[in-house]
Design a protein around this ligand. Structure first.
Ligand code: SAH
Length: 375
């Protein structure tokens, strides 16, 4: 039975949004996304562990241990190419259940001296997931700490990783109307004020710094997405890599070249649902714009390699050999391992939609498996 003293996260988010709209008017899509995902008491990430077969969505490290293992070896190679510094910070943005980091750490043991150099730092917005990460990594024997944002992570040479992290950074949207860009906003539904609806809001400055260069002159009616969160990450990387060697590797879904279109997507129990329906109860993401990210990083003086399709990247790191040796050790698992390989690498699954990009301090050897970004 529900009553006034029963805490209902979905109702709290909906009430918060309606109150904000009543006082400030319709909200940018990014504010809507922020509230729905990260409200500290009721937000989607605050209230649950959404990742896994029985939850809302599944990610590459949860599909197969091979993913984290290959990334662990990728890191070890980068560390050697950086001159094998005595201390290396391995920093993960949005570590989810901590599975990728645990698989990376296990694979890293194969490389002499690497594990001894590592210090792990996790950056995680969700208190619920921090607990899961602590449990997963408690068994690794490595030193693990958490930081409140990349700016606050400890100084020194570093490798930074983010798998399906950039896609949950809040996006803004804009629509081309009468030769100008207008912010797309979330307000109340005109016929039913218990529901939310999209509206067209204020005109943006022509030189709004987040409008992707490649889309600036799009035709009338075009919808574009602006990713201020990516820009913040690039700024944090530029600040960090001005003083210390390092690489950042991001793996996420999106096209290699900037494309217009509304890609805000809500997923609940592995199904797409209406993003405005019951906010806080579904995962919200938007496609990553790799071209704009790469150009921004280059403009900040950083080196960029990729984007490359996930399938090609994992194959170049030897995933097929790893699958064969795992299958040889566990013949009873052969079919399962083959299916995992297919999900990670095949074009019809994650292999082509997902891309890998490295953003690095200038002057280092190219990271394994990737070629310089071709502007
Ligand atoms: N990398 C994991 C989880 C991906 S889901 C995997 O591949 O399985 C996205 C993760 O990023 C979650 O852990 C979520 O809580 C976290 N996250 C999203 N936005 C964040 C932010 N701004 N700061 C820190 N963590 C964030």
């Amino acid at each position: 039975m529900s009553g006034p003293d029963v805490f209902d996260p979905a109702a709290r988010i909906a009430d918060n949004l309606r109150a904000r709209i009543a006082s400030q008017g319709p909200l940018p899509v990014s504010v809507f996304m922020m509230e729905a995902l990260f409200d500290p008491m009721a937000g989607y990430y605050a209230t649950r562990d959404p990742i896994g077969a029985g939850a809302d969505f599944i990610t590459a490290p949860e599909i197969s241990q091979m993913f984290g293992e290959l990334l662990g070896l990728w890191c070890a190679q980068c560390w050697q190419d950086m001159g094998a510094p005595e201390r290396l910070h391995l920093i993960e943005l949005g570590p989810g259940k901590g599975t990728m980091m645990a698989d990376m750490a296990r694979a890293a043991h194969a490389v002499p001296g690497f594990t001894e150099a590592l210090k792990l730092t996790l950056i995680e917005a969700s208190a619920a997931l921090k607990m899961v990460q602590g449990r997963t990594l408690g068994k690794s024997g490595l030193s693990v700490g958490w930081a409140n944002g990349l700016e606050k992570a400890p100084d020194g040479p570093a490798i930074i990783l983010g798998n399906e992290f950039l896609d949950c950074l809040p996006v803004r949207q804009a629509v081309r109307q009468d030769g100008q860009w207008r912010e797309r906003v979330v307000g109340l539904h005109p016929e039913d004020d218990t529901r939310l609806a999209f509206h067209t809001g204020p005109v943006l400055a022509n030189d709004d710094p987040f409008i992707p260069d490649a889309l600036k002159d799009s035709p009338e009616g075009t919808l574009i997405e602006l990713r201020p969160g990516d820009a913040q990450i690039v700024d944090a990387l530029a600040a960090r890599f001005a003083g210390h060697r390092g690489h950042a590797l991001f793996i996420d879904y999106g096209p290699a070249r900037s494309e217009p279109g509304d890609t805000l997507q809500a997923i609940r129990a592995h199904e797409k649902v209406d993003p405005l329906d019951a906010p806080g109860t579904a995962d919200l993401t938007a496609r990553v714009d790799f071209e704009t990210l790469a150009r921004r990083a280059l403009a900040a003086g950083l080196a960029v390699h990729g984007p490359l399709e996930q399938g090609a990247f994992l194959k170049s790191l030897g995933i097929e050999r790893r699958a064969a040796s795992l299958s040889a050790a566990r013949p009873d698992q052969r079919a399962i391992i083959a299916r995992q390989l297919h999900r990670l690498c095949d074009e019809s699954e994650m292999g082509a939609l997902f891309k890998v990009i490295a953003i690095s301090a200038p002057g280092l050897p190219a990271p394994p498996g990737l070629h310089p970004f071709e502007g």
